[in-house]
Design a protein around this ligand. Structure first.
Ligand code: FMN
Length: 198
């Protein structure tokens, strides 16, 4: 089997449109019915919905944003208006504890040292932040009942803003983390940093 992978030169938001198009094309090719996307503000998710609508495809979109307080105490990163817009277009929205940091983040912040889940996250970042995030949001969406775990889905992540990585994934819920499988990489950045981080 031969498949193409698109490599972006650098990580980050300039790759958003291309990532979304490639993800939707691969979903169409493989008849994948679920896409899960990390979208802090909802911007990338709205762009994804636009492409799906233009192509008149029947694909369910699950959006995962940061949990409350990530940026500011007691504040959500996504506003109510955007959640409403996403819901009106049929997308589901989820916010919750991060699968690949959670309480461990509090432990390492307070006491230092390394904990297993954060080590998994850091290792996945060797493939790029986007791949780690794609994985993480699939676990969160699966636990929330937004995506199935018996069929392949497409998961999309990025580096801080926008998206730059899309994978075909056989997802799992968190407690079965080691059952999940990355089946295909659709696109990812070669350089794991944004050009401005070099
Ligand atoms: C649960 C979660 C975890 C994330 N973790 C990281 C991360 O470890 N590194 C990173 O560069 N971006 C991380 N992000 C940001 C996303 O990869 C992506 O760039 C962002 O959600 C896009 O949001 P936008 O549509 O508002 O631009 C995370 C986002 C979410 C929702």
């Amino acid at each position: 089997m031969e498949k193409s992978i698109t490599y972006f030169e650098y990580a980050g938001a300039p790759n958003t449109e291309e990532t979304l198009k490639l993800a939707v094309n691969r979903a169409e090719e493989l008849n994948i019915k679920n896409i899960v996307i990390s979208s802090t503000t909802g911007d990338s998710a709205l762009k994804l919905l636009e492409i799906i609508k233009e192509k008149k495809l029947n694909i369910s979109v699950s959006t995962v944003s940061y949990h409350q307080g990530f940026h500011e105490v007691d504040k959500m990163s996504i506003d109510e208006e955007t959640i409403k817009k996403l819901n009106e277009q049929g997308a589901k929205v989820f916010m919750g504890g991060h699968a690949l940091s959670g309480v461990e983040r509090a432990i390492s912040t307070k006491f230092g040292g390394a904990n297993p889940v954060e080590i998994i996250a850091q290792t996945l970042r060797n493939f790029g932040h986007g791949l780690k995030v794609a994985y993480e949001v699939s676990l969160m969406a699966a636990d929330a009942g937004l995506i199935p775990t018996k069929e392949e889905v497409i998961a999309i992540g990025g580096r801080s803003k926008g998206v730059d990585t899309a994978i075909v994934l056989k997802p799992s819920i968190m407690k079965n983390f080691f059952d999940s499988e990355v089946r295909e990489i659709i696109c990812m950045p070669r350089n794991k940093k944004k050009i401005e981080e070099l």
